[in-house]
Structure formats: C-alpha cells, structure tokens
Design a protein around this ligand. Structure first.
Ligand SMILES: Cc1cc2nc3c(=O)[nH]c(=O)nc-3n(C[C@H](O)[C@H](O)[C@H](O)COP(=O)(O)OP(=O)(O)OC[C@H]3O[C@@H](n4cnc5c(N)ncnc54)[C@H](O)[C@@H]3O)c2cc1C
Length: 599
C-alpha cells in the first residue's frame, strides 16, 4: 500500500514537540499513559489501512447521489467505516467518561482523525460531524436529551449534523429565517429550509439528528435571536420504535470533490408537522453552535493538511520512480535519464509540500494542545490556553486550507501531465481540497474574525499571549548555533506584525471598512509567521534530540530532515510575510470601487 500518512512525524509532534505526556498529569487525563495512547494511534492507522484507504478512489467514482424520492445513495463501505470507527472510539473518544466517552485528549483523538483524513477524507467527515453534534448536546442539552440521542450517535447508528446554512444565509448567519413556533414543554414546530448540510441523509445510518439553528417566532433580529434545536428525522418513542418527523431531504448537491460525502438540501415542516426540541436557553443558539464551529475549524485545518500530505507522499513516490532528462551538469546524452527527484525544481516542489503539510500539522497540534489545556488546566494556564486558541483558530483554518490547496497543486505539477489525468490520485486530492477554504467560514470570513475581533480581544491579550509563546521559542533557538539566525528572522517578522497593526490603527474606529479591507492579506502574513514559529519549535526539539544522541524513536535522518525543512520554510516561504506587510502599509486604497465600473 502506498504511504499516505507519516506516523513518525505524528509521533515526533506528540512526543517531542507538543508533549502529550504532560497532559497525563492533569486529573482529566490521569487515566491515560503514553504507551496506551500510542497504541491507539497505531490502531487507528490499521483501521484506516483496512477500511478506508482501499476505498478512497472508488468512493469518488461511484459517488453519492439522490434517488429523486428523499433518499441519498451512498457507497456500501460507508457503513463499515462508520460502525468500525465508532467501535474503536473515534466518534465518542474525546467525550467525558460520564457522557460515554473515553475522555481522550483532543491531541490524541485528532491524530487519529488526521490519519483518517489522509486515508479517505470524504468518509471520515461523517464521524467528525456526529462527534461534534453529540458534544453540543452534552455541553448545552439536558440529561434527557443526552440519554435519548447521544448513545446511538456514539455507536455510529445515528448521524449528527450541523444545520446552519440557508439559501440566502451562508457567511451571514444573522440572516437565517428558519422559524420555530412554540408548542409547549420546550418543543417547537419548525418551518424552513437548510442547504449544503453534510451527512444530512444517507444509507449508512438509521436516523439523523440535525442540530439546527432557527429563530423563535418574535425573537430579536440578527444573531441575538437565534436558537439551537434538535430536529431528528425520526423521533424515538417509548416502545423504542422510530416515528417519522416532517424532515424531507430534497436533494444532494453534486460536487467538484468529496464525492463520497453527502451534501444535502433539507426541508423542515413542509406538512406543518416538524417537531424540534430546544437546546439550552432561547436566543443563545449561535453562541452554543460556536463550540462546534470552533472545533470544526481546527478539524478543517487539520483535514486539509492531512489530504495535502497524502498528495505529497504520492507525488514523492512518483518522483522517485519517474525518469526524465538529465541534470544540467550531465552533458552525455547517452547517459540513462535520471529520476525526476534529482532535478532541483522537483526538489523545490517536494520541499514546499513537506513544509506546508508538516508545518500545518504542527500548528494543528498546537491548537489541539491548547484545547486540552483549556479543558484540563486551571487559573492562568487555562486562561492563556483559551486566549491562544481563540487567536490561532481562524489562522489554522485559513492558512492550512489555502496552503494545502497550493500544496496539492504542486503534487500534480510533480507528476507532470499524468497528474492531470484520472489515472493517478493527485487530481482527487486536489478536487477534495477546494472545499476546505469554503466551509466552516470562508478564508475571507476567518480573516475578518482574526483582524476584526481576535487581535483586539481582551484588550489585545490574545495577541500578547501568542507573541509570548513565539518569543519563548525564539529564546530557545537563539541559544543554539545552528538555529540562532532563524530566531533572528522570526523576531524581525514578529516586530513587523506590530508595525502593520500600528499602521492599521489609524483607520479605527473612524474607517472600519478600510481597516478590514485587507484582512486576508493580514491573515496571510500572520499565518506564514505563525507556521514559521511552528517550524522553529520543531527544529528546537530536533536539535535537542540530535545533541543528546536520542535516536530511540526517530533516526538521525528524520531529525535532520526537520531542520532542513525548517531552513527551507524560512528561505522560501517566510519572505512572503514581508511582501504582505508592504501591501498592508501601502497608502493607496484599491479595493474600494463603489461604482463597480471597473468590473
Ligand atoms: C460541500 C459543502 C458542505 C457544507 N456543509 C455544511 C454543513 O454541514 N452545514 C452547514 O450549515 N453549512 C454547510 N456548508 C455551507 C458553507 O458553510 C457555506 O457555503 C459557506 O459558509 C459560505 O456561504 P455561501 O456559500 O452562502 O457563500 P457566501 O456567504 O455567499 O460568500 C460568497 C463569497 O463572498 C465572500 N463574503 C461573504 N460575506 C462577506 C463579508 N462580510 N466580507 C467579505 N467577504 C464576504 C465569501 O468569503 C465568499 O468568497 C457546506 C457547503 C458546502 C459547499
């Protein structure tokens, strides 16, 4: 089987960079240890090898489709994937013991999901959605709601979904119009339509639990009037049978990629008989849903890095086998053609991919660690973890998804013309990846969140915490002869971000449109700098192991590969941050074409 993921890099991050072991000292995780945890990562890889990867290509070609009568046809393997994944704990794993989970650190849970995304991203999404929607019920629902729905969801029998988007309300959820009319005892009659609902209907599960945003009749306009409802396709009743609810699947969108993953159009209450159950308090729905959205944003960033990793490894294998031409210094036309991996430009493309996918995974792990600390630690440590995660969440989502697209494009480029054909998998990875820049909030929306909210939140505290973490790594690297020049470069970039923000301050509060007009360029600058930090952090850990001669888990080549890729990122990628700063500080305002004449 071709390599599609790298356990050695996952292990390095868990063991030496982001220190999973530290978490076992907290009460929340004290029932775990390293050996058991690593065995779970290996078991997840075996599951992916057996159930997921072998079906990746055929689940694309025999794609999900609508039968015209409310049902969505899916690949028969999907049921096996979901049931076996559930049995191994990859839906419930990170939930608390009292909720029926294993109380795993999200660092560990998401490492398995990273492998699944590399193996078969269209299939694993179903499990992730159920995990996230069950977690919403656990956090904000009643015990009755938990008991009725969550155990079946954790068994993989019932599918959870997040139903937010409507035809007229995608990025702007404040404009949703699905309406809830009270019928007593916390139940409501629901009327409305949701589109693009992932996993909203398929053959692998028996019931669908739609965690739906709707507006209670008479609620305030905007985000303050949105509530969260559980709307099952079938209501479980006392005799354990299932009674149909008025939820109709009106179609499945045919897509560029992720063609194993149903994307449904749901109609609630066409026959005025759709019953929903309020979760928590009225009008707090969007704030509840943010729990799921924030976790999903980290997963989307991670998933993108994982798919790009599979594309990278496929193109690496091809580059080692395909021969073409000779290196420039070889003048003898009778010499056998060289494997293309020996061409400098092919090495540049491979190194760029490696830098993106492993840098992206390192950033994801950083987020996962902060998530775990936020839930396990107390006092200042908890507060710092929360702040750091708040500012990193839009970055991990936007940077990883945008760069993973670029990375998979390079994978096709390594293949040459063959990469463009359906004979090789690179095109599928490339097609699958596009959606990652769109769902869970587009790159534009993540960038507005970063510049408009996160850099100034808590009087700039989140940015200060991030800066303190980066400075700690810079300090460690400064003490090392090999790394200190990179420490200086990163320090300069952090200073540059400060200057850009100072420059942008002139526009607020007076001209907020201007302040936010280049939010995506700012995201690009921040993302590049933050991933440079993650590369330096990995290099510090690799240098420590090399110096201690600690080759118990990894080889010297592995550590040297980390340091080499860090150097590559600093030489080829980090200068982009400076280019962004020049755009951001340019006095001309070019995206303010009110009359639209130019277009
Ligand atoms: C395959 C797929 C699966 C999905 N799964 C789900 C799901 O499970 N549940 C769910 O609820 N939704 C889901 N979605 C919906 C998805 O989250 C939305 O498509 C996404 O949020 C964008 O909304 P939109 O498509 O309406 O685009 P629009 O909001 O119309 O955006 C169009 C463009 O305008 C830009 N834009 C919009 N507003 C602004 C602004 N204020 N400032 C600057 N730029 C702006 C956007 O960045 C984008 O480039 C899915 C979508 C797809 C395609």
């Amino acid at each position: 089987m071709p390599a599609y993921t790298k356990l050695d890099h996952q292990r390095f991050l868990l063991e030496e960079v982001h220190l999973l072991r530290d978490l076992f000292t907290f009460d929340r995780f004290k029932h775990l240890n390293w050996d058991e945890s690593w065995m779970m990562v290996e078991a997840a890889k075996q599951l992916a090898d057996r159930d997921m990867y072998p079906h990746y290509r055929e689940m694309d070609t025999s794609n999900v489709h609508y039968d015209g009568h409310g049902h969505v046809k899916t690949h028969p393997q999907l049921k096996t994937i979901i049931r076996n994944g559930a049995e191994q704990g990859w839906i419930s794993g990170s939930a608390k013991l009292e909720h029926g989970g294993m109380q795993l650190p999200i660092m560990l849970f998401n490492t398995a999901h990273h492998t699944f995304h590399s193996a078969n991203n269209g299939a694993v999404g179903y499990m992730g959605l159920t995990a996230g929607s069950a977690a919403l019920i656990n956090s904000f629902g009643s015990k009755e709601q938990h008991d009725l729905f969550v155990p079946k969801m954790y068994a993989g029998q019932w599918q959870g979904t997040m139903a937010l988007t409507e035809p007229q309300a995608g990025s702007s959820l404040s404009d949703i119009t699905t309406t809830a009319y009270p019928i007593g005892d916390g139940y409501y009659n629901i009327k409305g339509q949701k589109i693009f609902i992932s996993g909203g209907q398929h053959e692998a599960c028996e019931n669908f639990i739609h965690l739906t945003l709707a507006r209670i009749e008479g609620a305030p306009a905007g985000t303050k009037g949105i509530s969260l409802f559980i709307i099952p396709k079938y209501w479980p009743v006392a005799d354990r049978s299932l009674q149909p609810n008025d939820v109709f699947c009106a179609g499945d969108f045919q897509k560029l990629g992720q063609r194993a993953y149903a994307t449904t159009h749901l109609v609630f209450g066409d026959n005025h008989a759709c019953k929903g159950w309020l979760v928590g308090e009225p009008n707090k729905g969007l704030s509840y849903m943010f729990q799921m959205m924030n976790e999903a944003r980290i997963s989307v960033g991670m998933g993108a890095a994982a798919i790009a990793q599979a594309a990278y490894l496929a193109s690496l294998e091809y580059a080692q086998e395909r021969t073409q031409g000779r290196v420039p210094s070889e003048k003898d036309p009778l010499k056998a053609p060289t494997p293309i991996i020996n061409h400098a430009d092919v090495q540049r493309m491979l190194l760029t991919q490696k830098a993106i996918v492993e840098g992206g995974l390192a950033l994801t792990m950083e987020c996962n660690r902060q998530f775990d600390l936020e839930h396990a630690a107390s006092g200042d440590e908890k507060q710092d973890a929360w702040l750091l995660l708040e500012i990193l969440t839009p970055i991990v989502k936007a940077w990883c998804s945008e760069q993973a697209n670029r990375s998979a494009s390079l994978a096709i480029q390594v293949y040459g013309g063959y990469g463009y054909t359906m004979d090789f998998p690179a095109q599928q990875y490339y097609r699958d990846l596009k959606i990652f820049t769109l769902y869970e909030g587009t790159t534009g929306i993540q960038s507005l969140d970063l510049l408009g909210r996160k850099v100034s939140m808590e009087k700039g505290k989140a940015l200060q915490v991030l800066s303190a973490h980066i400075m700690k790594t810079i300090q460690q690297a400064s003490d090392d002869d090999v790394l200190n020049t990179y420490a200086t470069q990163l320090y300069d970039e952090v200073q540059r971000i400060g200057k850009v923000l100072q420059h942008l301050q002139q526009f607020v509060p007076g001209d907020v449109d201007r302040y936010l007009s280049d939010a995506t360029v700012f995201m690009d600058m921040m993302g590049t700098t933050v991933v440079a930090w993650q590369w330096l952090k990995q290099a510090v850990a690799a240098r420590a192991s090399i110096q201690q001669g600690n080759f118990a888990q990894q080889t010297k080549n592995f550590y040297e590969g980390i340091i080499h890729t860090m150097k590559f990122f600093f030489r080829y990628e980090l200068p982009h941050a400076e280019a962004c700063s020049r755009t951001l500080m340019n006095p001309e305002y070019l995206t303010n074409l009110k009359d639209n004449k130019l277009f």
